[in-house]
Ligand binder design. Sequence first.
Ligand SMILES: [Zn+2]
Length: 164
Amino acid sequence: MNSFSEAVEILCEYYERTKAPRDKSKEIWFERIRQIPTEALPSMIQEIESQEETFPKNIPNMFWRTYHAWLEKNPEKKAQHTSFDCPDCTDGLLFARIIKCGTRYTYLFRCDRCKQNKITAYPQADRATLSLTYNVIPKTGDSEPAPRYLWRESSYGHNQHVVA
Ligand SMILES: [Zn+2]
């Protein structure tokens, strides 16, 4: 697999999506994920196929999530592919955690300092301000046990994962 459009074609086949996505949509998706290296695509596609019941509703978000999962499994690639090592975030993302009624929620924000992440579904915020309300996961890694999480759209209008 050498390209993003090939990856999308494979997903369309897999999910028996009879109508191909429009070129314009693909262009917009591609614009948002062009920082993802193509070498990660094959395992990302496998991951999506094994996790998702249907063709992903939000292709760029799904690709970023699975790309981050791939980076976790291939730590040696991390330094290589991080376009910009920002002191505040990980690849342009901040993971902010809060406990409400005994449930641990983690929200994703785009780092306002480096602005290298372009997923507009995530609100932009800076680490210092977030830290007033949330427990912002340090760059050095998550001290909590690895979550088994499911993603969903939150009532705040952005993505969160909820620890089961
Ligand atoms: Zn940053």
